[in-house]
Design a binder for this molecule. Structure first.
Ligand SMILES: C[S@@+](CC[C@H](N)C(=O)[O-])C[C@H]1O[C@@H](n2cnc3c(N)ncnc32)[C@H](O)[C@@H]1O
Length: 262
């Protein structure tokens, strides 16, 4: 038996519906996606291995919404609130149902993590399977942007290939950072990996933006504080009441830094 088949046996022994449960455990261990009380959307959730892991980890104050085009049997006695959505993620109506279930309406963004293990039916043709997996990953990304609150996290399975860099760059624009993770539980022969993006940015500014702001206040560290649509910008070396042109530097989920332009 190869080392990787251990996961199949462990899943049987430990009562997980799929060996892939260990991939989510390992993603969570290395990147901290789940956590007590979190609200998690799990895309491509059938038969329910990831759902079991997510429900155990978010616990009684957490909620997990599992989505798949195939039927998912209800989890037995889950630790968390678990909801099920049956639908195809390439249909707009499925995305709409997810938004409704979690109560995301553009203002309220109540989800802490979106995870996707969706995979296309494999043809064996490397480029085609890659392209179809990127297409599915983009559907997941769209949902993540619709429901994730500031600071929320996103993990998505994708098969390696030529469009991976572009997808990663697009995701990176919307999060603090993104990294590639290959869990040990993935089969060695598989070209699958997960893009894990941490810290959803909902800020109205991005690094490099130039804009005029008015300094409303000076914080305890001596930085000027300006608001852009309610979002906090810390500006170095300015006085209260000044109106200055600034360039935005590092952007975090709940604030950003900016420097006055010369
Ligand atoms: C590898 S399995 C997921 C295993 C799951 N994470 C678990 O631990 O039990 C991939 C799933 O993606 C689902 N899937 C693929 N394309 C989909 C689509 N367009 N919409 C919804 N689900 C899809 C498949 O039905 C399948 O159940």
């Amino acid at each position: 038996m190869s080392g990787k088949d251990e996961y199949y046996n462990r899943a049987k022994q430990e009562g997980y519906r799929a060996r892939s449960a260990y991939k989510l455990k390992q993603l969570d261990e290395t990147t901290g996606l789940l956590g007590q009380g979190r609200t998690v959307v799990d895309l491509g959730a059938a038969p329910g291995g990831w759902l079991q892991v997510a429900a155990e980890t978010v616990g009684p104050d957490g909620t997990v919404v599992g989505v798949d085009r195939q039927r998912i049997d209800d989890l037995e006695d889950p630790d968390a609130t678990v909801e099920y959505v049956r639908g195809d993620m390439t249909d707009e109506s499925t995305k709409e149902e997810i938004r409704e279930r979690v109560g995301a309406d553009g203002e309220e963004l109540p989800v802490d993590a979106v995870v996707s293990d969706m995979a296309p039916n494999m043809t064996g043709e490397y480029d085609l399977d890659h392209a179809r997996s990127v297409h599915l990953a983009r559907q997941a990304f769209e949902v993540a942007l619709d429901v994730l609150g500031a600071g929320g996290d996103f993990a998505v399975k994708v098969f390696d290939g030529r469009d991976l860099d572009d997808l990663e760059d697009e995701i990176d624009e919307e999060f603090e950072y993104v990294r590639r993770v290959r869990p040990d539980a993935s089969r060695e022969s598989s070209s699958e990996l997960y893009l894990v993006a941490k810290g959803r940015l909902t800020a109205p500014v991005r690094e490099g933006d130039e804009l005029e702001v008015t300094i409303d206040d000076v914080g305890s560290e001596g930085d000027g504080v300006a608001k852009v649509d309610g979002f906090t910008l810390f500006v170095d070396g300015v006085e209260e009441g000044e109106t200055v042109d600034v360039r935005v530097g590092d952007v975090k989920p709940n604030f950003a830094f900016a420097e006055p332009l010369e």
